[in-house]
Design a protein. Structure first.
Length: 246
């Protein structure tokens, strides 16, 4: 870990018709770290991701990525800076094969018809073969992605997000709908990134959070509540009050 801020969220407020989904929220992500964000339902976790990626505009505050202000950039320009987001529901292209989905991501080519016409470079092929192994879908690589189980689709999409090579990966509830075994493998996959990519994970499955062994930020009512390792989070009285008072 280099301890250089990759992302700075500085005093961000998001106002939905008078309701503050984020309320002067600030935090910093260092380059190479994996950070988990937890908090009760409605705490503003997904809104935080939406705001970082430029889908929701803050009323106040600033967001910097590698010292470049991205607060007012268009979503596609933010993606081009090197941020990639996975949504709660799987977003694979069901008609394309598992391999083709990964090829599109690895080529960062979302106009898939163009990409399919241009063919796949040797470099992309290597990235895709490697990711197929890591997500254990090599044996299904030529099947349409639509035939995968829910958990496998989630997994494929995490593989796609990683394969983009983006510097910052935003994973909003990556284990939603997964069983314990798949959840464990997802934690292993994220841990295998080491410090090569910075990851912001939103999840409320505490066993998954524990397996990730990462620093945890707790949000409540759009505000920063606490940060520390999982043990410190467990022992903090304010965090306990928020969860018990849910
Ligand atoms: P979390 O992901 O932590 O469960 P969200 O960020 O999805 O929470 O939502 C935070 C709060 O903002 C919730 O009360 C939600 O109802 C509200 N909210 C989210 N998006 C919108 C929107 N587009 N318009 C109005 N309210 C919204
Ligand atoms: Mg959410």
């Amino acid at each position: 870990m280099t301890n250089r801020p990759l992302l700075s969220v500085d005093g961000v407020t998001v106002d939905f018709d008078g309701f503050k989904a984020l309320n002067s929220f600030s935090f910093i992500l260092n380059s190479g770290e994996t950070r988990v964000v937890i908090g009760p339902n409605g705490a503003g976790k997904s809104t935080l991701c939406d705001t970082i990626i430029g889908r929701v505009r803050p009323a106040e505050g600033h967001i910097y990525f590698e010292d470049v202000e991205i607060t007012k950039m268009a979503e596609q320009d933010i993606v081009r800076q090197g941020i990639c987001r996975k949504f709660q529901a799987p977003g694979v292209l069901p008609e394309l094969t598992v391999s083709q989905n990964l090829e599109l991501a690895a080529q960062r080519q979302y106009q898939w018809w163009k990409s399919l016409r241009q063919g796949v470079s040797a470099e992309t092929r290597t990235i895709v073969e490697d990711m197929l192994e890591r997500i254990e879908l090599t044996h299904r690589k030529n099947e349409p992605a639509g035939l995968l189980s829910h958990g496998e689709k989630q997994w494929l999409e995490i593989g796609m997000v990683i394969s983009t090579g983006a510097k910052l990966l935003l994973l909003d509830e990556p284990t939603a709908g997964m069983g314990p075994a798949e959840t464990r493998r997802t934690a292993e996959l994220i841990k295998s990134l080491g410090d090569s990519q910075t990851v912001l994970v939103i999840d409320h499955d505490m066993s998954f959070v524990e397996q990730l062994n990462a620093s945890v930020t707790v949000m409540h009512q759009g505000k920063f509540l606490f940060q520390g390792d999982i043990e410190a989070v467990r022992q903090d009285e304010n965090v306990a009050a928020v969860y018990l008072g849910k």
